[in-house]
Ligand binder design. Structure first.
Ligand code: ARG
Length: 281
């Protein structure tokens, strides 16, 4: 009974969400009426689709709180950061309680659908991950950066060949190092569960550099402004990346509702406020 009520509630929320989305769509010129009608079709289809993950009124969210400013442990020991604030705001829009579970980054994808409903962890959309999960619309642009000792001579991709490079386990930074190793077998990789441990090994002289996403790299650099410097991975030929929320494969109702909530948070200014508060402060 409780479950049924929750399901009905979830359906009601999704309908009102979609209704809001429809009415706030920009009207453009004379054909705006037709556009509104076209938009109504998928909304009707979504009415009877109820997300399994949302059915119990609770969204269990996995993260790896080792990735400032997106997720880190706050002073009280609970995960905090941009992603945490964003997913709580999404939960509020969807009318569900959000419970955060902190785990290893490499365990997130395999835990979706069992230990957790979804994952938000500065997670880059990749084709390989798309085989295992569905992603929301992307919410943040990223690129890998290279963290270097302040006196390092490394300045281009060929300089990385044969070096000892650190990264966080299971991340796109690690995949880039694997590519470099494929090119030059003398290159060494050291993967860490916590990015901060990689940075510590860099400071201790055990690594030549660390490859990690831009914003965490900037946070680490601001902690050690005299000891380390940053290089933009674009100068090393690293491709642009995008973060998105990972969800169980095939739960299209969930993807639709999360995307609708994300779109609302963007249009009502909440998203930009969180960017200012957590990332660009
Ligand atoms: N963007 C990179 C990836 O998806 C690194 C993400 C690491 N996130 C974290 N919360 N530790 O592989």
């Amino acid at each position: 009974m409780k479950k049924l009520l929750a399901m009905l509630l979830t359906a009601a929320v999704s309908v009102s969400l979609i209704a809001c989305g429809g009415s706030s769509a920009p009207a453009s010129g004379s054909d705006s009426k037709e556009e509104t009608q076209e938009e109504a079709a998928p909304a009707e289809a979504a009415q009877d689709a109820v997300s399994e993950a949302l059915a119990d009124g609770k969204l269990v969210v996995g993260t790896n709180a080792e990735f400032p400013p997106f997720e880190y442990l706050g002073d009280n020991g609970d995960p905090d950061g941009f992603d945490m604030a964003l997913i709580k705001a999404i939960g509020e829009k969807l009318g569900v309680e959000v419970e955060i579970q902190n785990m290893e980054f490499g365990s997130l994808i395999t835990s979706i659908g069992s230990k957790i409903d979804i994952a938000i962890a500065g997670m880059t959309v990749t084709d390989e991950r798309k085989n295992a999960v569905d992603f929301s619309d992307p919410y943040y642009d990223a690129v890998q950066y290279v963290i270097l000792p302040a006196d390092s001579a490394i300045a281009a991709k060929e300089d990385l060949l044969g070096k000892t490079i650190g990264c966080q386990l299971g991340t796109t930074g690690e995949y880039l190092i694997d590519d470099i190793i494929a090119e030059d077998g003398a290159t060494q990789k050291k993967s860490y569960n916590k990015a901060v441990d990689a940075v510590n090994d860099l400071l201790n002289g055990r690594l030549d550099c660390v490859i990690i996403d831009r914003n965490p790299a900037m946070v680490f650099q601001s902690n050690y402004p005299d000891q380390i410097k940053l290089s933009d991975g674009a100068d090393f030929g690293f491709e642009a990346e995008q973060y998105a929320i990972a969800m169980p494969k095939g739960d299209t109702a969930l993807v639709e509702q999360v995307n609708a909530a994300l779109a609302e948070l963007k249009s009502d200014g909440t998203f930009d406020k969180l960017v200012e508060q957590y990332i660009e402060n």
